[in-house]
Write a protein that binds this ligand. Structure first.
Ligand code: PXG
Length: 460
């Protein structure tokens, strides 16, 4: 396309967008000042915008395009299925081949004790579903007083009212409140704790303290009233918070000790992100529920679900009766076909092992080199997740004033330099497609260093 055509298309889309489109998690005023960049196509780990610029997508879309863009295996599976059966529902004792096959495939890749899946269209719906399943499970066991779910501050579990209540995002709670029976405890955010104290702190000791805050909350509420604890194995949207090694073993012990269900939200950590199939495998957890979405279909079509452990499914299946819950598009056949093709492709290519043995160690090593930059106070990461926390004073654990919006400025500079990194406060986070290669990681490090330099100049 000629540059003149590209410019006129871009102007058209931008004016349509500014006039009529309300974007998620966006201040509409910002788009009036500077219209949205239009992403028009993509291949592998690179996006192309409507002006022909190629951007390295270090966020895999929104933590989801795990197998990369443009995979013929997924595209052809979708096309075949949409011709064969574009829609049928799973209510009233019917099923479809893709829904049945996907449920079996998921049982194969999940931990051994997880063998059932309830399908949804998104991670938010998965977490709404989890909440209803938790309450139903305890009702069926004759313990209806077990109602309270403990979550963590700064957790992200989705945007519906129940999912955002389960989440711990204060700005979301300000715009919709928190439904009853959900309480939040501290997150295992080691850097933040050191900022609060203004000094260093033993990492494992802090991990144990963070876990203990869950036990303290259970004691305060009474274990007979607490139904479940929900957490992402590694917090994603909260800033890639990798817990100290001491945290998860202690949390597992606490849930077991008090007879509380464990929900491991696998929406980001699932499907290879950590170099294992699930975050649950990475931390050796035994959750009762695993909400999934995103990487399940590599984001090609919207599909999510709740994977349910045997001890819960036995109660729901054999003692349950009808579960009055479901979505028109639960397990949509075309979305399920995309997910089947995606999971099969993951298995055939051995991508999870490649991430664990090769790409993740390389990315984590090179990320730590970025930690040498004067702006970077902490580097965190595991698998193909990473964060660079930008700070004012590295040695003293002092952050920038929030009003300076350093993270957002860095994100915009990255975007202008054809690099997609997301900012969470002043943490720059990455979650690239699993198919990223070492040469792409080198491009990332080079661009990121340059953008950190530009950010430093811009804020000087
Ligand atoms: N759980 C987790 C752990 C998530 O990260 C959801 C549930 C909800 O999934 P859906 O499909 O309903 O969006 C998520 C989603 C961000 C960002 O800015 C992260 C998510 C969604 C939108 C934006 O980092 N995570």
């Amino acid at each position: 396309m000629s540059p003149a055509n590209a410019a006129s298309n871009t102007a058209k889309w931008q004016s349509q967008d500014s006039a009529h489109h309300l974007h998620p998690f966006t201040n509409p005023q910002d788009l009036l000042d500077k219209p949205a960049r239009v992403i028009e196509s993509a291949e592998g780990v690179y996006l192309t915008d409507s002006e022909g610029n190629r951007l390295l997508d270090m966020m895999a879309g929104l933590w989801c395009v795990n197998m990369g863009y443009g995979r013929p295996e997924l595209i052809e599976a979708v096309e075949r299925q949409i011709r064969q059966l574009p829609y049928y529902n799973l209510f009233f004792k019917t099923s479809t081949p893709p829904a049945a096959e996907l449920s079996q495939l998921l049982a194969e890749v999940a931990p051994a004790h997880v063998n059932h899946t309830f399908f949804t269209n998104s991670g938010s719906e998965a977490n709404d579903t989890v909440l209803r399943m938790i309450w139903r499970y305890w009702d069926l066991l004759g313990k209806p007083e077990k109602r309270i779910v403990i979550s963590r501050k700064n957790a992200y579990h989705g945007s519906t009212i129940a999912a955002s209540s389960l989440g711990g995002m204060a700005d979301m709670h300000k715009q919709g409140g928190v439904i009853p029976n959900i309480v939040h405890v501290d997150q295992p955010y080691w850097y933040e704790q050191r900022v609060t104290l203004g000094r260093d702190l033993d990492r494992d000791e802090f991990g144990r303290q963070a876990a203990q805050s869950i036990a303290d909350k259970i004691e305060a509420l009474g274990a007979d009233r607490v139904a479940a604890f929900i957490a992402e194995p590694i917090q994603g949207a909260g800033g890639v918070i990798v817990p100290p090694d001491s945290y998860w073993p202690e949390v597992s012990r606490i849930c077991e000790h008090y007879g509380i269900l464990l929900v491991a939200d696998e929406v980001i950590c699932g499907f290879g992100r950590t170099g294992e199939w699930f975050g649950t495998d990475y931390y050796d957890l035994t959750p009762d529920f695993m909400p999934i979405a995103k990487g399940l279909s590599s984001g090609y079509l919207p599909i999510g679900g709740v994977m349910v452990a045997d001890r819960v499914s036995e109660v729901l299946v054999h003692q349950g009766g009808e579960f009055n819950h479901g979505f028109t598009y639960s397990g949509h056949p075309v979305c399920a076909a995309a997910a089947i093709a995606n999971v099969n492709l993951m298995r055939q290519t051995g991508i999870v092992d490649t991430v664990r043995d090769s790409t993740a160690p390389y990315l984590q090593k090179r990320l730590r080199e970025l930690g040498e930059h004067p702006l970077v106070g902490e580097v965190r990461g595991a698998g193909l997740l990473g964060a660079l926390e930008l700070v004012e004073d590295k040695a003293g654990f002092v952050r920038f004033d929030k009003d300076r919006r350093v993270g957002i400025r860095c994100r915009d500079i990255c975007f202008d330099n054809n690099l997609v990194m997301r900012s969470v406060g002043d943490s720059m986070v990455i979650s690239p497609p699993l198919v990223i290669e070492t040469a792409d990681i080198d491009v990332f490090v080079e661009r990121a260093w340059k953008c950190l330099d530009l950010t430093q100049k811009a804020i000087a």
